[in-house]
Design a protein around this ligand. Structure first.
Ligand code: IPD
Ligand code: CA
Ligand code: CA
Length: 264
């Protein structure tokens, strides 16, 4: 585990916000059967979790800026630090009672992601990473998968929501990956997809049309676990293009080449 004042701030904030989220997830199942459905309830749960995170992070680091999913961007007095906060990543899973979602908090310092915390409250899995200090799941040091053959690899991807993104391009890419990989997954939480690459459960992952709070924490987790992350077009820094391609050194490179070829 990493013991630094920064990690303490991040982990405390995330754990605090997770209590309400876990409680609210327990209610969702009952709401599934109601005619109105759980939609409004889930938006409220999401907003509540974000308020807890915002207040805790602001109190601990008053000058830092923030990019929040629900409340947009807050300019800080300290221009070199920005939090990227997703209070509930995997909303569609949460809404449907599927226990696969997380809170994700990343810290950007002068254009680089330097720390990240992703917490899955249902499985009680806490993923943390800080630049130069490694990546951990609970207390276990993380390492990306050692598989080097795409034919054995489990590759995850994300699908854009209805009316967004380039669906035909994604279908071409998924087709190309399915043709050469051991298997594909669409799991529903970008943050956990990256965390799973960091711990070797997934071998590689790509997605476009993301927001920075979906992947900021995950990027540092993968890198600190010895993996590689670029934008989906190969650009070194995913923050600018808001797309990601992640994996170990071999499979990340190979996945990039498959995606490029699928462009036609
Ligand atoms: C979504 C999830 C999903 C990804 C979407 C994201 P949300 O975040 O990370 O896996 O495919 O692009 O928007 O809406 O659940 O916070
Ligand atoms: Ca969200
Ligand atoms: Ca998200």
């Amino acid at each position: 585990m990493i013991s630094s004042p920064l990690m303490t701030v991040m982990v405390d904030a995330v754990r605090k916000a997770s209590r309400g989220l876990r409680r609210d997830f327990g209610e969702v199942e009952n709401l599934q059967v109601s005619r109105k459905g759980p939609g409004d309830f889930v938006s409220a749960a999401d907003r509540k979790a974000e308020e807890v995170l915002r207040d805790a992070l602001m109190k601990a680091r008053p000058g830092y800026g923030m990019v929040l999913e629900e409340n947009g961007t807050i300019e800080g007095t300290d221009k070199s630090h920005t939090w990227h906060v997703d209070p509930l990543d995997g909303t569609a899973n949460f809404l449907h009672g599927i226990p696969h979602f997380a809170i994700s908090v990343g810290l950007e310092r002068e254009g680089q992601i330097v720390a990240g915390v992703i917490y899955d409250p249902v499985k009680d899995e806490l993923f943390v990473a800080e630049r130069g200090k490694g990546a951990f799941l609970n207390n276990r040091r993380l390492r990306v998968s050692g598989r080097n053959d795409m034919a054995d690899a489990l590759v995850a991807y994300g699908t854009p929501y209805l009316g967004r993104g380039n669906h035909p391009r994604l279908l071409r890419e998924v087709g190309a990956v399915m043709a050469v990989s051991g298997g594909t997954r669409r799991m529903g939480s970008a943050a956990l997809d990256l965390a799973y690459v960091a711990c070797g459960r997934l071998d590689a992952y790509w997605e476009r049309d993301l927001q920075t709070y979906d992947f900021a924490a995950g990027v540092i987790l993968v890198r600190e676990a010895g993996g590689f992350v670029t934008a989906a077009d190969g650009a070194a820094e995913p923050l600018a293009t808001r797309s990601v391609c992640a994996g170990n050194e071999t499979l990340q490179r190979e996945l990039l080449a498959i995606l490029k070829k699928a462009q036609g």
